[in-house]
Design a protein. Sequence first.
Length: 206
Amino acid sequence: MSIIYKTLEVLKAKPENAELLDLLKAHDHTSYIHSLSVAGMAELMYPVFAFKGIKNSTEIIEGALLHDVGKLFVSAEILKKEGKLTPLEKCFIKEHPRCGGILLHDRSEIVKNIVHFHHERLDGSGYPYGLKAEQIPDYCRYITAIDIMDALLSRRSYKEPLSLYQIKGELEKMRSENNLDMFYFDKIYEFLTTGILLPAKEVCAC
Ligand SMILES: [Fe+2]
Ligand SMILES: [Fe+2]
């Protein structure tokens, strides 16, 4: 079975999802490729984890595919800007989870939560809602970790892709900041460096 078999199935099952991703592709190609990468990674690593109340990967993959669809409401100029963003531009960017969640108001709770909460942080410093650890579902933390790891591994207008060695350094920085669920980051890093997917033996207590 292809590693993106389920992702393709999810896309085929709901043509409206494919339409939204086509719009994203035309608006900002980088966000489109990133969305597919996050969904593919979410599918690939899903069997490693056991998420509370989730029976299969379908909604997690759908949420991953659509997590950045709110960027359709942010101007392409801002999304593609190479220089530093102004405070106002940062405000627009920080609204994309809320915009995406509103756009997808008729989707399942799991999909909406992923879209709304993928930039939240355990200490409440995330955006747009400033949720705290206990308010952020485990599957949202999982997508947040994949979202950040994909960004680190990818070329952007403002940065080159990081090597695995550099990513290790970034993980240590994140660990010291203590606002992300490092359980998921460590598992992803383990897979990237060994190519091995072992079921998680422990559940994060955060
Ligand atoms: Fe995002
Ligand atoms: Fe993202």
